[in-house]
Design a protein around this ligand. Structure first.
Ligand SMILES: [Zn+2]
Length: 220
């Protein structure tokens, strides 16, 4: 075995022995009946964000798409390849999930990069374009917290960005239609990797509140 990934090999063996066995019947059922996930989880690619771990979800519960900064590009039907848009469409129209979570997180490198002067090169051309999806949030955050500490400014940008991505979700026809029908619910979360807490965006009180005290199916 490739010694560079030996620890993953060991981890996989442990998974087969313990976790796979524990979930054997569940996996069998998921193969026989297909998946029927509860939610689409749009998260950051950051290695410190573990969707299944932080939500206590089991195999088959979450349909996950991750990208740099947990951004949602606005609906833009063209001939290009759109990975996140495709996952949104598949989850919304084929799997018919009842909930979509956009989960931002603390210490996000993508949000931090908005405040750095990064020169475009052939090595980062897609990243620089992708980070444009955080610019609106950055503008609002700077208006509110230009003179606050960097930490406050960054946490605030991460949270505002989540709210903007929820708006972008509504540009997808199937998402908008199902939200209006009351069969799809959107949620904005912010996960703090330092203390393990998740907060959700309350669109009636316009603030982030601790998850766990949340009523089921509160919109956003
Ligand atoms: Zn991130």
């Amino acid at each position: 075995m490739d010694s560079r990934l030996a620890e993953f090999g060991k981890g996989h063996k442990a998974f087969q022995k313990i976790k796979f066995n524990e979930n054997k019947n569940r996996f069998k059922k998921l193969v026989e009946e297909g998946q029927s996930p509860k939610a689409l989880f749009i998260g950051c690619s950051d290695s410190r964000v573990m969707p299944a771990m932080i939500t206590g979800s089991k195999p088959g519960d979450l349909f996950i798409v991750r990208n740099i900064g947990n951004f949602v590009a606005p609906f833009n039907p063209d001939a290009d390849y759109h990975a996140t848009a495709s996952a949104i469409e598949y989850a919304t129209s084929i799997l018919e999930v009842s909930d979509i979570v956009v989960c931002g997180h603390s210490h996000c490198g993508a949000i931090g990069a908005l405040y750095k002067d990064i020169q475009a090169t052939p090595d980062n051309i897609h990243t620089i374009k992708w980070l444009e999806l955080g610019k609106d949030a950055q503008k609002v955050a700077l208006l509110a917290h230009k003179h606050s500490s960097k930490e406050i400014l960054l946490r605030y940008t991460e949270q505002i960005s989540v709210v903007y991505q929820l708006d972008n979700l509504l540009t997808y026809p199937a998402v908008k239609r199902r939200v209006e029908e009351g069969t799809l619910f959107l949620h904005g979360w912010h996960y703090d990797i330092e203390n393990g807490n998740i907060e959700y965006y309350d669109d009636e009180d316009f603030e982030f509140k601790e998850l766990g005290q949340k009523d089921e199916h509160d919109s956003q």
